[in-house]
Design a protein around this ligand. Sequence first.
Ligand code: HEM
Ligand SMILES: *[C@@H]1O[C@H](CO)[C@@H](O)[C@H](O)[C@H]1NC(C)=O
Ligand SMILES: *[C@@H]1O[C@H](CO)[C@@H](O)[C@H](O)[C@H]1NC(C)=O
Ligand SMILES: *[C@@H]1O[C@H](CO)[C@@H](O)[C@H](O)[C@H]1NC(C)=O
Ligand SMILES: *[C@@H]1O[C@H](CO)[C@@H](O)[C@H](O)[C@H]1NC(C)=O
Ligand SMILES: *[C@@H]1O[C@H](CO)[C@@H](O)[C@H](O)[C@H]1NC(C)=O
Ligand SMILES: *[C@@H]1O[C@H](CO)[C@@H](O)[C@H](O)[C@H]1NC(C)=O
Length: 378
Amino acid sequence: MLKPFFVQIALLALSGTAFAFPSHMSLAGLTREQLDQVVPTLTFVPPPPPPGPLNDTSAKLVNDPAHPWMPLQPGDIRGVCPGLNTLASHGYLPRNGIVTPNQIISAVQDGFNMDNTIARFLAYGTFLVDGNVITNEMSIGSKTPATGPDPPSPAIVGGLDTHAVFEGDASMTRGDFFFGNNHDFNETLFDQFVDFSNRFGAGKYNLTVAGELRFQRIQQSIATNPNFTFVSPRYFTAFGESAFPIDFFIDGRNNDGQLDLDVARGFFQDSRFPDGFFRANHSVTGEGADQVFAAHPIQPGRNVGGVNNYVLDPTSADFSTPCLLYTNFVNQTIVGLYPDPTGDLRTALNFYLNMFFEAFEVSEGAGAGCTQLFPYGQ
Ligand code: HEM
Ligand SMILES: *[C@@H]1O[C@H](CO)[C@@H](O)[C@H](O)[C@H]1NC(C)=O
Ligand SMILES: *[C@@H]1O[C@H](CO)[C@@H](O)[C@H](O)[C@H]1NC(C)=O
Ligand SMILES: *[C@@H]1O[C@H](CO)[C@@H](O)[C@H](O)[C@H]1NC(C)=O
Ligand SMILES: *[C@@H]1O[C@H](CO)[C@@H](O)[C@H](O)[C@H]1NC(C)=O
Ligand SMILES: *[C@@H]1O[C@H](CO)[C@@H](O)[C@H](O)[C@H]1NC(C)=O
Ligand SMILES: *[C@@H]1O[C@H](CO)[C@@H](O)[C@H](O)[C@H]1NC(C)=O
C-alpha cells in the first residue's frame, strides 16, 4: 500500500554532498546547475483534468468503514494542514502523505465538501510552490510528526511545510518558523485556542473566538518574532484558516457554528474525524473569513528591524485588490522561484499556471476581470 518513499532517484551535488532526489521534491529555487542535472531525468506527463464539482453536496457519513483512521507508519508524512492530515490518516489521500493535485481536490471535496474552485485554487497555488511540477507529486509536510526522523534534507524537502509563501506565521496551533518548529501540533498554542474558546465562546470555538484568536496570534508574532511577515498570500489564508474549523470540523447534521473542543483537538492533534462524523451539508467556500477579518482589520505588513515594529506593506495584495494577489503570485513568487525554466520544467509550469489561473478566475469572484500572465511565454 505504501508507495516507495523515493520513487525516482537522481544524484545531485549540493553543498558538496550527493543526496537522493525524491520525486516529490519541489524544483523551486534550485540553481541552474542543479536544474540541468535533474530536469533531464524527469518527464512531464500532463495529468487528467481536475475533478469537477460534486454532484451530491449533501452531508454524509465520512468516517465510514472504507475510511478508518489508522496510526502513522514509519515514513508517513504529515504537516501544517489539519484538513489534509486528517484526509491522509483516513485514507481519502494516500496515507504516506505524498499526493497529486487531483488527489487533493478529490479528497477535500469528498471528505469535507470543500467547494471545487477553492479546492483548485489552494491545490494548484501550493503545488506550484511546494510540489514537483514535473512528476505531479507533493508531500503534505516535511516529516513524520513528533517521533519521525526528518527526511534527508528537511530544509529542502519541505513540501507543504515550506516556509514563506503558503505556510506562514501566526498559525493557531503551529509555531512561527523563526522559533524552529512551524509544523508540529503545539500544545501550548492549543491551550490558548481552548482558553480563547472558553473566554469568547462559552467553551466552544466559534466565529467570535476566531476573530479574537486571529488578532491575538498576530499580536504575539509582532511582539516576539523579529522575522514576522504577514503579506499575500499568507495574509489571505490566515483569515480563511481561522474560519475553516467552523466551516469543516463541525458535523454537517448540526452545524450551528459552535465547534466542540475535543473534536477540534482530534483534528488538529491526531488528524482524526470524530466517530460517526458527517461532512458539511453544502459545498463550502470558506464562509466567515470576512467576519474574522472584520473583528480586527489588520493590513498586510511585517516586522522591520526587530520586534514590535510592524510596518505596513502597500505592495502586498489585500482584500480590496484580488487581482494583485494573482499578479504578485505569478510575477514575483513564481518567477522568483523559477527565474528561467527550460524543457519539461517550463512546459509543466505553464500547464499548472494555467490551471491556477482558471481556478482563480472563478473562485475569487472579483478575480474574473484579472488578466492572465504568461511569464514563460504561451
Ligand atoms: C485544498 C487543499 C488545501 C491545502 C493545499 C491546504 C494547505 C494548508 C497550508 C499550507 C496551511 C498552513 C498555513 C499556516 O502556516 O498556518 C494550512 C493550514 C490550515 N488548514 Fe489547510 N489546506 C487545504 C484544505 C484544507 C481543508 C479542507 C481544511 C479543513 C477541513 C483545512 C484546514 C486548515 C486549518 C484549520 C489550518 C490552520 C492551522 C493552524 O492555524 O494551526 N485546510 N492549510
Ligand atoms: C458528476 O456527474 C457527471 C455526469 O454523470 C460525471 O461526469 C462527473 O464525474 C460527476 N462528478 C463527480 C465529481 O463525481
Ligand atoms: C530572520 O531574518 C534574517 C534577516 O532577514 C535572516 O538572516 C534569518 O535567516 C531569518 N531567520 C529565520 C529563522 O527565519
Ligand atoms: C510551543 O509554542 C510555545 C509558545 O509559542 C513555545 O514557547 C514552545 O517552545 C513551543 N513548543 C514546541 C515544542 O515547539
Ligand atoms: C460565540 O459564543 C459566544 C458565547 O456563547 C456568543 O456570545 C457569541 O455570540 C458566539 N458567536 C457566534 C458567531 O456564534
Ligand atoms: C445546512 O444546515 C444549516 C444549519 O442547520 C441549514 O441552515 C441549511 O439550510 C442546511 N443547508 C442545506 C443545503 O441543507
Ligand atoms: C509582469 O512581469 C512582466 C515581465 O517583467 C511585465 O511585463 C508585466 O507588466 C508584469 N505584469 C504586471 C501586471 O505587473
